[in-house]
Design a protein around this ligand. Structure first.
Ligand code: RP5
Length: 168
């Protein structure tokens, strides 16, 4: 399912296609902001050589932010971060096993000092925030994106105000 968008500035990398339903909202939000992400399935454990190749070449391929989603041992975000200076946003995936994502959260967030991963919340909330966080990073040097982000925040605020009004 590799998406070969050569102009992509954001890459969304998942450890398995089983992560895609959780990460779809991340991809959708990036597209809403006009960013067509490069979407890949690469596993730190099952395809480690591909993971290394991706991380080593991401910056020279024009990627500015990497979003990495994985569950269980969830080494994907950290292993990519160890091979690139690009900002890596980690999204812990929930699993049907005993911890419901706590395993992946701890694996993603507990990076050793010197190699940070910006860890989001577990699951769909984290998937959405990963997209918004990537937009926030890119908006620092992209005025059009900055304007869209301001509009997004204003729309979000208005939705809450409307919900509050509807209760009265
Ligand atoms: C992780 O193991 C993946 O990111 C996924 O969340 C989990 C299970 O993978 P599958 O067995 O569903 O492929 O590496």
């Amino acid at each position: 399912m590799a998406s070969e968008n050569k102009n992509a500035t954001v890459a969304v990398v998942m450890g398995s296609d089983s992560d895609l339903p959780t990460m779809q909202s991340c991809i959708d939000i990036l597209k809403d902001f006009g960013l067509e992400p490069q979407v890949r399935i690469i596993s730190a454990h099952r395809t480690p050589a591909e993971a290394a190749d991706f991380a080593d070449n991401a910056a020279k391929n024009g990627i500015k932010v990497i979003i990495a989603a994985a569950g269980m041992a969830a080494h994907l975000a950290g292993s990519l971060a160890g091979r690139t200076q690009l900002p890596v946003i980690g999204v812990p995936m929930p699993s049907s096993t005993f911890t419901n994502g706590l395993d992946a959260l701890l694996s993603t967030v507990q990076m050793p000092p010197g190699v940070p991963v910006a860890s989001m919340a577990v699951g769909k909330a984290g998937a959405k925030n990963a997209a918004i966080f990537a937009v926030q990073i890119l908006a620092l040097s992209d005025e059009k994106l900055n304007v869209k982000l301001k509009q997004f925040r204003a729309d979000q605020k208005q939705k809450v105000i409307d919900k509050d009004s509807n209760l009265k």
